[in-house]
Design a protein around this ligand. Structure first.
Ligand SMILES: NC(=O)c1ccc[n+]([C@@H]2O[C@H](COP(=O)([O-])OP(=O)(O)OC[C@H]3O[C@@H](n4cnc5c(N)ncnc54)[C@H](O)[C@@H]3O)[C@@H](O)[C@H]2O)c1
Ligand SMILES: [Zn+2]
Length: 385
């Protein structure tokens, strides 16, 4: 046997997901408590702040609140330059322009390995700025302040960062856990109705495969959720975020080295739909439609009953979420339903074998290695928008 040296080490990760109210106004102690309780090599710690332009337009006072907050806590934080505005929304994930801007700006203000980037914005913005932070000096600390429903309950609390390349979702990305996550549901009050609803789709995703009581709670609270009741939304966000954190913590594969992707239930078609719509469909909307397709499939192959599938579809619709789209019937040049290319792309991404999660029964999950194309074709051609 040839000589070898084995390099074996493990790095434990730990970060909190905190909940505050009006976190930059000085009336709330969440951010201060987080910084005081953390052990940083530099104190005050150098910080560069990036703000999602869409969020900043809705909350014009936030940039000056942050500056004031940092000056009032100069023993904790040394703010480097003004908060930087960058575009938000899916456009900021197109190519590597935003991560590059993050790195160039960080270099200009002389951030070191011990400094922090604070990213404040929606899921797309956090993904793109997070990628820049993970690349700068081979990775510096990122504190996330998610400002959309989807980011507060799903994307912002996890370990993934990334951008789209060549129209392919998240083709360039890294697994890099944040330093911490600070959620403030008050920020959601200015979201468009479509963005307000997006987080609810991800809550259904995780409830359908992992938590039957939460699924019933979602169905029961569909109207107040759609009607923007903040306390109902806040409960949903916390439960959904907890389920995501539990999955990352206990699922055995936080960096997705294996092929199982339970939290991608409904996503093989969602990602394809997003790119087919040239990102006119929002991620949460595409996820809702993807969940509807997989529910119908699960019922067709006997994993759940038709009544269970109908129950979930009605609950999604009662929340105001879409469960169909004309793109489902779109054909490619070979006359095949274009959406089915999403299955091939997902298979390729996983390395040749499909690993898909479906509910069986409702509130629990099963992994399958194929989906019958004839059944999917039937479902897609019968789905009216
Ligand atoms: N990293 C992950 O694990 C993960 C998981 C799920 C989804 N995602 C990604 O998240 C993205 C979707 O994120 P999203 O649903 O948060 O949408 P988004 O980030 O696209 O934001 C939607 C819009 O809301 C604006 N905005 C942000 N906060 C606002 C506020 N408080 N008030 C008013 N406007 C505000 C943004 O500028 C943007 O125009 C997708 O790119 C998806 O792929 C990532
Ligand atoms: Zn998603």
């Amino acid at each position: 046997m040839s000589e070898q040296i084995v390099n074996h080490f493990a790095i434990p990760y730990q970060y909190p997901v905190c909940w505050g109210k009006q976190i930059f106004t000085g009336a709330d102690s969440t951010l201060e408590a987080f910084l005081r309780e953390s052990c940083f090599a530099l104190r005050p710690v150098p910080v560069l702040v990036f703000l999602d332009e869409g969020f900043a337009a809705a909350w014009p006072e936030v940039a000056s609140d942050i500056v004031r907050w940092c000056h009032a806590h100069a023993d904790l934080v040394s703010l480097r330059g003004e908060p930087q505005l960058l575009p938000g929304g899916e456009i900021c994930k197109r190519g590597l322009g935003v991560p590059q801007k993050v790195m160039v700006t960080a270099q200009k203000v002389h951030l070191c390995r011990q400094s922090q980037i604070w990213a404040i914005g929606g899921g797309a913005f956090l993904d793109a700025v997070g990628l820049g932070a993970a690349l700068f000096h081979r990775g510096i600390a990122l504190l996330r302040f998610p400002t959309t429903s989807l980011a507060q309950c799903d994307s912002g609390v996890g370990v993934k960062n990334g951008c789209n390349l060549g129209g392919v979702k998240n083709l360039a990305g890294v697994f890099a856990p944040p330093l911490g996550v600070i959620n403030d549901p008050v920020f959601l009050t200015t979201l468009s109705q479509r963005d307000w609803l997006c987080g609810i789709a991800e809550a259904f995703k995780v409830a359908i495969i992992e938590d039957l009581p939460f699924l019933h709670w979602l169905a029961k609270h569909a109207r107040p959720l759609q009607g923007r009741h903040l306390s109902v939304m806040a409960y949903m966000l916390k439960r959904c975020a907890a389920l995501h954190v539990q999955h990352i913590q206990n699922g055995g594969d936080p960096f997705e080295f294996g092929s199982a992707r339970p939290l991608d239930f409904g996503h093989w078609s969602a990602h394809k739909l997003e790119s087919m719509s040239r990102f006119a469909l929002k991620h949460g909307e595409a996820v809702s439609i993807g969940i509807a397709i997989d529910l119908k499939y699960a019922a067709a192959v006997g994993l759940i009953s038709n009544a269970d599938a109908e129950f979930c579809l009605h609950a999604l619709q009662n929340c105001g979420l879409p469960t169909a789209d004309p793109l489902l019937q779109k054909k490619n040049r070979q006359g095949r339903l274009k959406l089915l290319e999403g299955l091939d792309e997902f298979r390729e991404h996983l390395g040749g074998t499909l690993h898909l999660t479906l509910p069986a029964p409702l509130g629990k999950k099963i992994e399958v290695s194929e989906m019958k194309v004839e059944i999917l074709e039937h479902i897609l051609s019968c789905t009216s928008s």
